[in-house]
Write a protein that binds this ligand. Structure first.
Ligand code: ATP
Length: 513
Protein backbone atom coordinates (compact mmCIF):
# COMPACT_ATOMS: atom_id res chain seq x y z
CA UNK A 1 0.00 0.00 0.00
CA UNK A 2 2.78 2.41 0.96
CA UNK A 3 4.37 1.77 -2.41
CA UNK A 4 1.06 2.43 -4.12
CA UNK A 5 0.71 5.72 -2.27
CA UNK A 6 4.14 6.64 -3.52
CA UNK A 7 3.01 5.89 -7.09
CA UNK A 8 -0.07 8.04 -6.54
CA UNK A 9 2.05 10.98 -5.39
CA UNK A 10 4.23 10.61 -8.44
CA UNK A 11 1.18 10.48 -10.67
CA UNK A 12 -0.15 13.72 -9.19
CA UNK A 13 3.13 15.54 -9.79
CA UNK A 14 3.36 14.01 -13.26
CA UNK A 15 -0.08 15.44 -14.03
CA UNK A 16 1.13 18.89 -13.10
CA UNK A 17 4.53 18.70 -14.75
CA UNK A 18 3.11 17.54 -18.07
CA UNK A 19 0.07 19.80 -18.32
CA UNK A 20 -2.71 17.37 -17.39
CA UNK A 21 -4.10 18.75 -14.13
CA UNK A 22 -3.25 21.89 -12.13
CA UNK A 23 -4.57 22.90 -8.71
CA UNK A 24 -7.12 25.65 -9.28
CA UNK A 25 -6.13 29.24 -8.44
CA UNK A 26 -2.65 27.98 -7.69
CA UNK A 27 -0.95 31.38 -7.54
CA UNK A 28 -3.36 32.17 -4.69
CA UNK A 29 -2.44 28.91 -2.96
CA UNK A 30 -5.27 26.93 -4.51
CA UNK A 31 -8.91 26.29 -3.69
CA UNK A 32 -9.86 23.10 -1.84
CA UNK A 33 -10.78 20.21 -4.12
CA UNK A 34 -11.04 22.32 -7.25
CA UNK A 35 -8.75 21.58 -10.19
CA UNK A 36 -8.03 22.89 -13.67
CA UNK A 37 -7.20 20.77 -16.68
CA UNK A 38 -4.12 21.74 -18.66
CA UNK A 39 -3.30 21.47 -22.33
CA UNK A 40 -2.96 17.68 -22.33
CA UNK A 41 -5.60 17.08 -19.70
CA UNK A 42 -8.31 18.82 -21.68
CA UNK A 43 -7.56 16.71 -24.75
CA UNK A 44 -7.72 13.47 -22.78
CA UNK A 45 -10.90 14.61 -21.07
CA UNK A 46 -12.52 15.52 -24.40
CA UNK A 47 -11.56 12.14 -25.85
CA UNK A 48 -13.07 10.31 -22.88
CA UNK A 49 -16.27 12.33 -23.32
CA UNK A 50 -16.36 11.52 -27.01
CA UNK A 51 -15.90 7.81 -26.31
CA UNK A 52 -18.82 7.90 -23.89
CA UNK A 53 -21.03 10.12 -26.05
CA UNK A 54 -20.50 8.04 -29.17
CA UNK A 55 -21.07 4.79 -27.30
CA UNK A 56 -24.41 6.14 -26.11
CA UNK A 57 -25.75 8.11 -29.06
CA UNK A 58 -24.21 6.31 -32.05
CA UNK A 59 -24.54 2.73 -30.86
CA UNK A 60 -28.09 3.12 -29.56
CA UNK A 61 -30.56 4.62 -31.96
CA UNK A 62 -32.96 5.08 -29.06
CA UNK A 63 -30.55 7.20 -27.00
CA UNK A 64 -30.37 10.93 -27.73
CA UNK A 65 -28.43 13.70 -26.04
CA UNK A 66 -29.29 17.03 -24.43
CA UNK A 67 -27.43 19.87 -22.75
CA UNK A 68 -29.51 21.38 -19.97
CA UNK A 69 -28.70 24.46 -17.88
CA UNK A 70 -26.85 24.29 -14.58
CA UNK A 71 -29.29 26.72 -12.97
CA UNK A 72 -32.73 25.21 -12.51
CA UNK A 73 -35.93 26.06 -10.75
CA UNK A 74 -35.33 25.57 -7.01
CA UNK A 75 -38.43 23.40 -6.59
CA UNK A 76 -36.71 20.76 -8.71
CA UNK A 77 -34.37 20.04 -5.80
CA UNK A 78 -37.32 19.79 -3.42
CA UNK A 79 -38.98 17.30 -5.77
CA UNK A 80 -35.80 15.28 -6.26
CA UNK A 81 -35.30 14.96 -2.50
CA UNK A 82 -31.95 16.76 -2.53
CA UNK A 83 -33.04 19.62 -0.25
CA UNK A 84 -34.14 17.18 2.44
CA UNK A 85 -31.91 14.19 1.93
CA UNK A 86 -28.72 14.96 0.03
CA UNK A 87 -26.63 14.67 3.17
CA UNK A 88 -23.46 13.01 4.30
CA UNK A 89 -22.81 12.05 7.92
CA UNK A 90 -19.83 14.05 9.14
CA UNK A 91 -17.66 13.63 12.21
CA UNK A 92 -14.79 15.75 13.53
CA UNK A 93 -11.73 14.74 15.43
CA UNK A 94 -11.42 17.16 18.35
CA UNK A 95 -7.62 17.01 18.43
CA UNK A 96 -6.68 17.38 14.77
CA UNK A 97 -9.82 19.45 14.01
CA UNK A 98 -10.06 17.41 10.83
CA UNK A 99 -13.43 16.53 9.38
CA UNK A 100 -14.34 13.08 8.08
CA UNK A 101 -17.28 11.26 6.58
CA UNK A 102 -18.38 8.78 9.23
CA UNK A 103 -19.47 6.26 6.59
CA UNK A 104 -16.11 6.45 4.83
CA UNK A 105 -14.20 5.84 8.08
CA UNK A 106 -16.23 2.69 8.61
CA UNK A 107 -15.87 1.55 5.02
CA UNK A 108 -12.11 1.89 5.37
CA UNK A 109 -12.26 -0.26 8.49
CA UNK A 110 -14.11 -2.95 6.54
CA UNK A 111 -11.43 -2.74 3.85
CA UNK A 112 -8.78 -3.27 6.56
CA UNK A 113 -10.33 -6.63 7.50
CA UNK A 114 -10.37 -7.52 3.83
CA UNK A 115 -6.69 -6.59 3.54
CA UNK A 116 -5.82 -8.79 6.51
CA UNK A 117 -7.61 -11.73 4.93
CA UNK A 118 -5.93 -11.19 1.58
CA UNK A 119 -2.51 -10.98 3.21
CA UNK A 120 -3.06 -14.32 4.96
CA UNK A 121 -4.09 -15.87 1.65
CA UNK A 122 -1.08 -14.40 -0.16
CA UNK A 123 1.30 -15.63 2.52
CA UNK A 124 -0.15 -19.12 2.42
CA UNK A 125 -0.11 -19.19 -1.39
CA UNK A 126 3.62 -18.47 -1.30
CA UNK A 127 4.24 -21.08 1.37
CA UNK A 128 2.32 -23.91 -0.29
CA UNK A 129 3.16 -23.10 -3.90
CA UNK A 130 1.29 -25.07 -6.54
CA UNK A 131 -0.49 -27.35 -4.09
CA UNK A 132 -2.33 -24.38 -2.54
CA UNK A 133 -6.09 -24.74 -2.39
CA UNK A 134 -7.29 -21.18 -1.84
CA UNK A 135 -10.93 -21.99 -1.32
CA UNK A 136 -10.18 -24.60 1.33
CA UNK A 137 -7.76 -22.27 3.05
CA UNK A 138 -10.37 -19.51 3.18
CA UNK A 139 -12.93 -21.93 4.61
CA UNK A 140 -10.69 -23.37 7.30
CA UNK A 141 -7.90 -21.03 8.37
CA UNK A 142 -8.77 -19.71 11.86
CA UNK A 143 -7.30 -16.21 11.30
CA UNK A 144 -9.12 -15.83 8.00
CA UNK A 145 -12.36 -17.03 9.58
CA UNK A 146 -11.97 -14.69 12.52
CA UNK A 147 -11.41 -11.65 10.29
CA UNK A 148 -14.19 -12.72 7.96
CA UNK A 149 -16.60 -12.92 10.91
CA UNK A 150 -15.53 -9.50 12.18
CA UNK A 151 -15.92 -8.03 8.72
CA UNK A 152 -19.37 -9.51 8.24
CA UNK A 153 -20.58 -8.37 11.65
CA UNK A 154 -19.34 -4.85 11.04
CA UNK A 155 -20.81 -4.82 7.57
CA UNK A 156 -24.26 -5.85 8.81
CA UNK A 157 -24.23 -3.36 11.66
CA UNK A 158 -23.06 -0.55 9.35
CA UNK A 159 -25.67 -1.29 6.68
CA UNK A 160 -28.43 -1.21 9.29
CA UNK A 161 -27.21 2.07 10.77
CA UNK A 162 -27.11 3.64 7.31
CA UNK A 163 -30.54 2.39 6.36
CA UNK A 164 -32.01 3.65 9.63
CA UNK A 165 -30.08 6.95 9.25
CA UNK A 166 -28.98 6.26 12.82
CA UNK A 167 -26.20 8.79 13.42
CA UNK A 168 -25.58 7.77 17.03
CA UNK A 169 -25.06 4.19 15.97
CA UNK A 170 -22.57 5.29 13.28
CA UNK A 171 -20.59 7.07 15.99
CA UNK A 172 -20.83 4.05 18.27
CA UNK A 173 -19.42 1.84 15.52
CA UNK A 174 -16.45 4.18 15.17
CA UNK A 175 -15.89 4.04 18.94
CA UNK A 176 -16.36 0.25 19.19
CA UNK A 177 -14.05 -0.44 16.26
CA UNK A 178 -11.48 1.86 17.90
CA UNK A 179 -11.03 3.81 14.70
CA UNK A 180 -8.37 6.48 15.13
CA UNK A 181 -7.88 9.73 13.26
CA UNK A 182 -4.97 9.16 10.84
CA UNK A 183 -3.73 12.70 11.55
CA UNK A 184 -3.87 13.01 15.36
CA UNK A 185 -3.86 9.30 16.08
CA UNK A 186 -6.60 9.79 18.71
CA UNK A 187 -10.15 8.52 19.19
CA UNK A 188 -11.46 11.86 20.41
CA UNK A 189 -14.53 12.14 18.14
CA UNK A 190 -17.46 14.58 18.07
CA UNK A 191 -21.07 13.57 17.46
CA UNK A 192 -22.06 12.62 13.90
CA UNK A 193 -24.07 15.31 12.10
CA UNK A 194 -25.81 15.49 8.74
CA UNK A 195 -24.40 17.93 6.24
CA UNK A 196 -26.19 19.01 3.03
CA UNK A 197 -23.87 18.90 0.06
CA UNK A 198 -25.59 21.40 -2.23
CA UNK A 199 -24.08 24.79 -3.02
CA UNK A 200 -26.57 27.61 -3.15
CA UNK A 201 -26.51 31.09 -4.60
CA UNK A 202 -29.02 33.82 -5.37
CA UNK A 203 -30.65 34.74 -8.61
CA UNK A 204 -31.96 38.28 -9.17
CA UNK A 205 -31.06 41.39 -7.16
CA UNK A 206 -31.81 41.36 -3.45
CA UNK A 207 -34.02 44.45 -3.76
CA UNK A 208 -36.36 42.48 -6.01
CA UNK A 209 -36.48 39.65 -3.54
CA UNK A 210 -33.77 37.32 -4.85
CA UNK A 211 -34.50 33.62 -5.13
CA UNK A 212 -32.24 31.05 -3.58
CA UNK A 213 -31.12 28.62 -6.23
CA UNK A 214 -28.73 25.67 -6.20
CA UNK A 215 -25.81 24.65 -8.33
CA UNK A 216 -26.92 21.24 -9.59
CA UNK A 217 -25.41 18.34 -7.60
CA UNK A 218 -26.16 15.95 -10.50
CA UNK A 219 -27.03 16.41 -14.14
CA UNK A 220 -29.84 13.84 -14.01
CA UNK A 221 -32.60 16.25 -12.98
CA UNK A 222 -32.04 18.29 -16.16
CA UNK A 223 -32.93 15.13 -18.05
CA UNK A 224 -36.05 14.33 -16.01
CA UNK A 225 -37.55 17.78 -16.38
CA UNK A 226 -36.99 17.58 -20.14
CA UNK A 227 -38.48 14.10 -20.46
CA UNK A 228 -41.66 15.32 -22.17
CA UNK A 229 -39.85 17.82 -24.40
CA UNK A 230 -37.51 15.17 -25.79
CA UNK A 231 -40.12 12.44 -25.96
CA UNK A 232 -42.56 14.60 -27.90
CA UNK A 233 -40.13 16.55 -30.13
CA UNK A 234 -38.14 13.40 -30.94
CA UNK A 235 -41.23 11.15 -31.20
CA UNK A 236 -39.39 8.77 -28.87
CA UNK A 237 -40.97 5.48 -27.85
CA UNK A 238 -40.33 3.59 -24.64
CA UNK A 239 -37.71 2.22 -24.14
CA UNK A 240 -35.47 5.19 -24.88
CA UNK A 241 -32.67 7.09 -23.21
CA UNK A 242 -31.43 10.65 -22.79
CA UNK A 243 -27.71 11.29 -22.33
CA UNK A 244 -26.01 14.37 -20.99
CA UNK A 245 -22.51 15.52 -20.11
CA UNK A 246 -22.11 18.46 -17.78
CA UNK A 247 -20.76 20.03 -14.63
CA UNK A 248 -22.08 19.16 -11.18
CA UNK A 249 -21.23 20.67 -7.81
CA UNK A 250 -21.06 19.16 -4.34
CA UNK A 251 -19.75 20.74 -1.19
CA UNK A 252 -17.89 17.56 -0.24
CA UNK A 253 -16.97 17.28 3.43
CA UNK A 254 -13.67 15.64 2.87
CA UNK A 255 -11.98 16.42 -0.33
CA UNK A 256 -8.82 14.43 -0.62
CA UNK A 257 -7.42 12.08 -3.23
CA UNK A 258 -6.82 14.61 -5.96
CA UNK A 259 -9.49 14.68 -8.68
CA UNK A 260 -11.27 11.65 -7.23
CA UNK A 261 -13.44 13.82 -5.02
CA UNK A 262 -13.89 17.37 -6.23
CA UNK A 263 -16.31 20.12 -5.35
CA UNK A 264 -16.81 21.01 -9.01
CA UNK A 265 -16.74 18.03 -11.35
CA UNK A 266 -18.25 16.69 -14.52
CA UNK A 267 -20.71 13.86 -15.02
CA UNK A 268 -21.78 11.76 -17.98
CA UNK A 269 -25.26 10.53 -17.23
CA UNK A 270 -27.81 8.58 -19.19
CA UNK A 271 -31.37 8.02 -18.04
CA UNK A 272 -33.09 5.13 -19.78
CA UNK A 273 -36.90 5.13 -19.61
CA UNK A 274 -38.63 1.74 -19.56
CA UNK A 275 -41.98 0.09 -18.91
CA UNK A 276 -42.80 -0.45 -15.23
CA UNK A 277 -41.87 -4.00 -14.29
CA UNK A 278 -39.14 -4.26 -16.94
CA UNK A 279 -36.64 -2.15 -15.04
CA UNK A 280 -34.60 -4.90 -13.41
CA UNK A 281 -33.97 -6.67 -16.71
CA UNK A 282 -32.81 -3.36 -18.19
CA UNK A 283 -30.73 -2.66 -15.10
CA UNK A 284 -28.88 -5.89 -15.69
CA UNK A 285 -28.43 -5.17 -19.36
CA UNK A 286 -26.95 -1.72 -18.77
CA UNK A 287 -24.72 -3.10 -16.03
CA UNK A 288 -23.14 -5.49 -18.52
CA UNK A 289 -22.94 -2.91 -21.31
CA UNK A 290 -21.23 -0.37 -19.11
CA UNK A 291 -18.71 -2.91 -17.85
CA UNK A 292 -17.86 -3.79 -21.46
CA UNK A 293 -17.37 -0.07 -22.20
CA UNK A 294 -14.77 0.12 -19.43
CA UNK A 295 -13.01 -3.12 -20.25
CA UNK A 296 -12.78 -2.32 -23.97
CA UNK A 297 -10.06 0.20 -23.09
CA UNK A 298 -7.71 -2.65 -22.26
CA UNK A 299 -6.43 -1.29 -18.96
CA UNK A 300 -6.80 -4.78 -17.46
CA UNK A 301 -10.02 -6.67 -16.75
CA UNK A 302 -8.94 -7.45 -13.18
CA UNK A 303 -8.95 -3.77 -12.34
CA UNK A 304 -12.75 -3.59 -12.43
CA UNK A 305 -15.43 -5.01 -10.20
CA UNK A 306 -19.07 -4.45 -9.35
CA UNK A 307 -19.99 -3.34 -5.87
CA UNK A 308 -23.65 -3.60 -4.94
CA UNK A 309 -24.98 -0.92 -2.60
CA UNK A 310 -25.71 -1.64 1.06
CA UNK A 311 -27.94 1.34 1.35
CA UNK A 312 -30.24 2.11 -1.52
CA UNK A 313 -30.86 5.78 -2.16
CA UNK A 314 -34.42 6.95 -1.46
CA UNK A 315 -35.28 6.62 -5.15
CA UNK A 316 -33.70 3.26 -6.05
CA UNK A 317 -34.76 -0.40 -6.10
CA UNK A 318 -31.37 -1.68 -7.28
CA UNK A 319 -27.95 -0.09 -7.44
CA UNK A 320 -24.40 -1.07 -8.18
CA UNK A 321 -21.09 0.67 -8.66
CA UNK A 322 -18.39 -0.09 -11.15
CA UNK A 323 -15.17 0.19 -9.20
CA UNK A 324 -11.68 0.62 -10.56
CA UNK A 325 -8.50 -0.32 -8.76
CA UNK A 326 -7.00 3.09 -8.05
CA UNK A 327 -3.62 3.43 -6.32
CA UNK A 328 -5.64 3.88 -3.11
CA UNK A 329 -7.80 0.77 -3.55
CA UNK A 330 -10.93 -0.21 -5.47
CA UNK A 331 -13.11 2.91 -5.79
CA UNK A 332 -16.36 3.88 -7.46
CA UNK A 333 -16.05 5.33 -10.94
CA UNK A 334 -19.60 4.80 -12.11
CA UNK A 335 -22.98 4.22 -10.49
CA UNK A 336 -25.81 2.27 -12.13
CA UNK A 337 -29.17 2.75 -10.49
CA UNK A 338 -32.68 1.56 -11.00
CA UNK A 339 -34.43 4.78 -9.99
CA UNK A 340 -38.00 3.44 -10.30
CA UNK A 341 -40.57 6.10 -11.24
CA UNK A 342 -39.52 8.20 -8.28
CA UNK A 343 -38.19 11.25 -10.14
CA UNK A 344 -40.84 11.58 -12.83
CA UNK A 345 -43.68 10.95 -10.35
CA UNK A 346 -42.25 13.45 -7.95
CA UNK A 347 -41.94 16.09 -10.69
CA UNK A 348 -45.55 15.34 -11.65
CA UNK A 349 -46.59 16.03 -8.10
CA UNK A 350 -44.53 19.18 -7.56
CA UNK A 351 -45.10 20.74 -11.00
CA UNK A 352 -48.73 19.74 -11.37
CA UNK A 353 -47.98 18.63 -14.97
CA UNK A 354 -48.78 15.18 -16.26
CA UNK A 355 -45.50 13.41 -17.07
CA UNK A 356 -46.56 10.14 -18.65
CA UNK A 357 -46.10 8.09 -21.76
CA UNK A 358 -48.92 6.61 -23.78
CA UNK A 359 -47.80 3.15 -24.75
CA UNK A 360 -49.64 2.22 -27.97
CA UNK A 361 -48.81 -1.49 -27.59
CA UNK A 362 -50.30 -1.68 -24.12
CA UNK A 363 -52.92 0.94 -24.93
CA UNK A 364 -52.26 2.62 -21.60
CA UNK A 365 -50.44 5.59 -20.07
CA UNK A 366 -47.88 5.27 -17.32
CA UNK A 367 -45.01 7.04 -15.61
CA UNK A 368 -41.92 5.32 -17.02
CA UNK A 369 -39.35 3.64 -14.80
CA UNK A 370 -35.74 4.72 -15.10
CA UNK A 371 -32.34 3.06 -15.27
CA UNK A 372 -29.51 5.50 -14.76
CA UNK A 373 -25.86 5.12 -15.68
CA UNK A 374 -23.81 7.87 -14.07
CA UNK A 375 -20.08 8.22 -14.46
CA UNK A 376 -17.74 10.99 -13.36
CA UNK A 377 -15.51 12.27 -16.16
CA UNK A 378 -12.82 13.19 -13.66
CA UNK A 379 -12.81 9.80 -11.95
CA UNK A 380 -12.70 8.14 -15.34
CA UNK A 381 -9.79 10.41 -16.26
CA UNK A 382 -8.01 9.39 -13.05
CA UNK A 383 -8.62 5.70 -13.71
CA UNK A 384 -7.22 6.00 -17.24
CA UNK A 385 -4.11 7.75 -15.96
CA UNK A 386 -3.66 5.41 -12.99
CA UNK A 387 -4.03 2.40 -15.28
CA UNK A 388 -1.59 3.85 -17.83
CA UNK A 389 1.24 5.14 -15.67
CA UNK A 390 4.34 2.96 -15.76
CA UNK A 391 7.93 3.45 -14.74
CA UNK A 392 10.07 1.09 -16.75
CA UNK A 393 13.69 0.09 -16.44
CA UNK A 394 15.26 0.02 -19.87
CA UNK A 395 18.06 -2.23 -21.07
CA UNK A 396 20.55 0.64 -20.97
CA UNK A 397 19.79 1.16 -17.27
CA UNK A 398 17.71 4.30 -17.76
CA UNK A 399 14.15 4.59 -16.50
CA UNK A 400 11.35 5.80 -18.68
CA UNK A 401 8.02 7.07 -17.46
CA UNK A 402 5.37 6.13 -19.96
CA UNK A 403 1.64 6.72 -20.07
CA UNK A 404 0.17 3.77 -21.93
CA UNK A 405 -3.06 5.65 -22.53
CA UNK A 406 -5.32 3.79 -25.00
CA UNK A 407 -4.24 5.33 -28.31
CA UNK A 408 -7.71 6.60 -29.18
CA UNK A 409 -7.83 8.62 -25.96
CA UNK A 410 -4.26 9.94 -26.06
CA UNK A 411 -4.06 13.77 -25.96
CA UNK A 412 -1.45 13.93 -28.73
CA UNK A 413 -1.69 11.20 -31.32
CA UNK A 414 1.47 11.83 -33.30
CA UNK A 415 4.77 13.55 -32.82
CA UNK A 416 6.62 14.50 -35.99
CA UNK A 417 10.34 14.72 -35.38
CA UNK A 418 13.08 15.71 -37.83
CA UNK A 419 16.24 13.86 -36.82
CA UNK A 420 18.21 17.10 -36.95
CA UNK A 421 17.08 20.65 -37.51
CA UNK A 422 18.80 21.28 -40.83
CA UNK A 423 19.42 19.79 -44.30
CA UNK A 424 15.77 20.18 -45.27
CA UNK A 425 14.54 17.68 -42.62
CA UNK A 426 12.38 20.25 -40.74
CA UNK A 427 10.70 21.23 -44.01
CA UNK A 428 9.94 17.61 -44.85
CA UNK A 429 8.60 17.03 -41.31
CA UNK A 430 6.38 20.12 -41.56
CA UNK A 431 5.02 18.90 -44.87
CA UNK A 432 4.05 15.57 -43.31
CA UNK A 433 2.50 17.28 -40.33
CA UNK A 434 0.52 19.69 -42.51
CA UNK A 435 -1.01 16.69 -44.17
CA UNK A 436 -1.98 14.94 -40.93
CA UNK A 437 -3.00 17.82 -38.68
CA UNK A 438 -6.56 18.04 -39.99
CA UNK A 439 -7.31 14.59 -38.63
CA UNK A 440 -5.07 14.19 -35.62
CA UNK A 441 -3.64 16.25 -32.85
CA UNK A 442 0.05 16.34 -33.83
CA UNK A 443 3.10 17.85 -32.19
CA UNK A 444 6.22 19.04 -33.96
CA UNK A 445 9.46 18.84 -31.99
CA UNK A 446 13.00 19.46 -33.18
CA UNK A 447 14.72 20.33 -29.91
CA UNK A 448 17.19 18.00 -28.12
CA UNK A 449 18.34 14.50 -29.05
CA UNK A 450 15.84 12.11 -30.57
CA UNK A 451 16.00 9.96 -27.41
CA UNK A 452 14.99 12.88 -25.22
CA UNK A 453 12.16 13.76 -27.57
CA UNK A 454 10.85 10.17 -27.44
CA UNK A 455 10.87 10.35 -23.62
CA UNK A 456 8.88 13.58 -23.65
CA UNK A 457 6.27 11.97 -25.87
CA UNK A 458 6.20 8.81 -23.71
CA UNK A 459 5.51 10.98 -20.68
CA UNK A 460 2.36 12.43 -22.23
CA UNK A 461 1.30 9.14 -23.78
CA UNK A 462 1.77 9.91 -27.49
CA UNK A 463 1.30 6.52 -29.16
CA UNK A 464 3.25 7.21 -32.37
CA UNK A 465 6.39 9.18 -33.14
CA UNK A 466 7.30 9.78 -36.76
CA UNK A 467 10.95 10.43 -37.40
CA UNK A 468 12.18 12.09 -40.56
CA UNK A 469 15.82 11.36 -41.46
CA UNK A 470 18.10 12.07 -44.42
CA UNK A 471 16.92 8.99 -46.30
CA UNK A 472 13.35 10.27 -46.05
CA UNK A 473 14.28 13.02 -48.52
CA UNK A 474 15.16 10.49 -51.20
CA UNK A 475 13.09 7.36 -50.44
CA UNK A 476 10.06 9.23 -49.09
CA UNK A 477 9.87 6.89 -46.11
CA UNK A 478 9.79 7.65 -42.40
CA UNK A 479 10.21 5.68 -39.19
CA UNK A 480 7.22 5.09 -36.94
CA UNK A 481 8.18 4.42 -33.35
CA UNK A 482 5.57 2.75 -31.18
CA UNK A 483 5.23 4.00 -27.63
CA UNK A 484 4.42 0.72 -25.90
CA UNK A 485 6.92 -1.61 -27.53
CA UNK A 486 9.43 1.08 -28.56
CA UNK A 487 9.70 -0.86 -31.80
CA UNK A 488 10.38 1.05 -34.98
CA UNK A 489 9.10 0.46 -38.47
CA UNK A 490 9.99 2.06 -41.77
CA UNK A 491 6.94 3.07 -43.79
CA UNK A 492 6.27 5.08 -46.97
CA UNK A 493 5.02 8.60 -46.27
CA UNK A 494 2.03 8.18 -48.57
CA UNK A 495 0.82 5.16 -46.55
CA UNK A 496 1.17 6.93 -43.20
CA UNK A 497 -2.35 8.26 -43.07
CA UNK A 498 -3.88 4.90 -43.78
CA UNK A 499 -1.72 3.06 -41.24
CA UNK A 500 -2.51 5.56 -38.53
CA UNK A 501 -6.19 5.82 -39.35
CA UNK A 502 -6.52 2.10 -38.82
CA UNK A 503 -4.86 2.28 -35.39
CA UNK A 504 -6.62 5.38 -34.17
CA UNK A 505 -10.16 4.66 -35.18
CA UNK A 506 -12.68 4.84 -32.34
CA UNK A 507 -14.66 2.25 -34.28
CA UNK A 508 -12.53 -0.64 -32.98
CA UNK A 509 -13.22 0.37 -29.42
CA UNK A 510 -16.93 0.87 -29.99
CA UNK A 511 -17.24 -2.53 -31.66
CA UNK A 512 -16.10 -4.24 -28.46
CA UNK A 513 -19.00 -2.86 -26.43
P1 ATP B 1 -19.32 8.83 -3.52
O1 ATP B 1 -20.00 7.73 -2.76
O2 ATP B 1 -17.90 8.51 -3.90
O3 ATP B 1 -19.49 10.19 -2.90
P2 ATP B 1 -21.68 8.95 -5.05
O4 ATP B 1 -22.19 7.56 -4.89
O5 ATP B 1 -22.27 10.04 -4.25
O6 ATP B 1 -20.08 8.95 -4.90
P3 ATP B 1 -23.11 9.41 -7.46
O7 ATP B 1 -24.04 10.35 -6.82
O8 ATP B 1 -23.58 8.04 -7.79
O9 ATP B 1 -21.76 9.33 -6.57
O10 ATP B 1 -22.48 10.11 -8.73
C1 ATP B 1 -22.20 9.42 -9.92
C2 ATP B 1 -20.75 9.56 -10.31
O11 ATP B 1 -20.31 10.91 -10.25
C3 ATP B 1 -19.80 8.82 -9.39
O12 ATP B 1 -19.70 7.47 -9.74
C4 ATP B 1 -18.50 9.56 -9.60
O13 ATP B 1 -17.81 9.07 -10.73
C5 ATP B 1 -18.96 10.97 -9.88
N1 ATP B 1 -18.78 11.81 -8.68
C6 ATP B 1 -19.62 11.93 -7.64
N2 ATP B 1 -19.14 12.80 -6.73
C7 ATP B 1 -17.96 13.23 -7.22
C8 ATP B 1 -16.98 14.15 -6.76
N3 ATP B 1 -17.12 14.82 -5.62
N4 ATP B 1 -15.87 14.36 -7.52
C9 ATP B 1 -15.71 13.71 -8.69
N5 ATP B 1 -16.60 12.84 -9.18
C10 ATP B 1 -17.71 12.60 -8.47
Amino acid sequence: MAQQEEVFKKLISHCKEYGFVFPSSEIYDGLGAVYDYGQNGVELKNNIKKYWWDSMTLLNENVVGIDSAIFMHPTIWKASGHVDAFNDPLIDNKDSKKRYRADVLIEEQIAKYEDKINKEVEKAAKRFGETFDEQKFRETNPRVLENEAKKEALHTRFAKALNDSNLEELRQIIIDEEIVDPVSGTKNWTEVRQFNLMFSTEMGSTADGATKIYLRPETAQGIFVNFLNVQKSGRMKIPFGIAQIGKAFRNEIVARQFIFRMREFEQMEMQFFVRPGEELAWFDRWKQTRMRWHKALGLGDKKYRFHDHDKLAHYANAATDIEFEMPFGFKEVEGIHSRTDFDLSSHEKFSGKRIQFFDPELNQSYVPYVIETSIGVDRMFLSVLAGSYFEEKLENGETRVVLRIPAVLAPVKLAVLPLIKKDGLPEKAREIMDNLKFDYHCQYDEKDSIGKRYRRQDAIGTPYCITVDHDSLTDNQVTIRYRDTMEQERVPVDQLKQIIAEKLSMKHLLKKI
